[in-house]
Design a protein around this ligand. Structure first.
Ligand code: FES
Length: 198
């Protein structure tokens, strides 16, 4: 007769709303809480994903998690471990949608309906911070409520490879090299919200 294994591991993919991280005493994240319908699930985060800044998710974001679930004992204990986490959409919605107007109102300010960030996607920029910059721009647009009005477009080489990563804010053709991650929110707010309201 076959003996019953003491544990069994099966791959899973889950989608739900991110609630928050659970941290170790050293400040490193070890798990996250995911709301799926009425249930809140605790999901352990694989070591390779424990840089929560790189994960770039905020409470309320919709995320997808790929990982493994481990059943222990008589299938009474279930452990979930995440190997890949992707943000599906952010939780911030613009205050108002105005389909036929050239401008829309975000946070009480007017922003252009068709703003664009041209982000260099060639190897020098991609390798030297471009990928992280892309994630940061997406998240910041969400945080500012601009995600429906400013798109990110990947471009070929912008001929400033020595100063990678590079991007251009449109309208206005405002060129930025090696933007300081801490100043991105201020930069986008200034370009897409404040300068248009002066
Ligand atoms: S690779 Fe980005 S500017 Fe050349």
């Amino acid at each position: 007769m076959n003996s019953i294994p003491s544990s069994q591991t099966i791959p899973f993919q889950l989608q739900g709303q991110f609630v928050g991280f659970i941290y170790k005493s050293n400040g490193q994240s070890k798990s996250l809480i995911l709301a799926v319908g009425e249930r809140q699930l605790r999901v352990k985060i694989d070591k390779s994903l424990r840089d929560t800044q790189a994960l770039n998710i905020l409470p309320g974001d919709w995320i997808s998690i790929t990982g493994e679930q481990e059943f222990k004992g008589n299938f009474t204990k279930l452990k979930l471990k995440a190997y890949e986490i992707n943000r599906l959409s952010c939780n911030v919605k613009c205050d108002q949608e105005q389909e036929n107007n050239a401008n829309v109102t975000v946070q009480g300010k007017t922003c252009p309906k068709k703003g664009k960030i041209l982000l260099c996607n060639k190897s020098d920029c991609a390798k030297r911070g471009g990928r992280k910059l892309h994630q940061l721009l997406e998240q910041t647009l969400c945080n500012l409520g601009l995600q429906d009005h400013v798109t990110i477009e990947k471009t070929s080489c912008q001929k400033r490879c020595g100063k990678a990563p590079n991007m251009i804010l449109m309208p206005g053709k405002s060129k930025h090299s090696k933007p300081n991650p801490k100043a991105i929110a201020e930069l986008l707010e200034e370009h897409y919200l404040n300068s248009l309201n002066k």
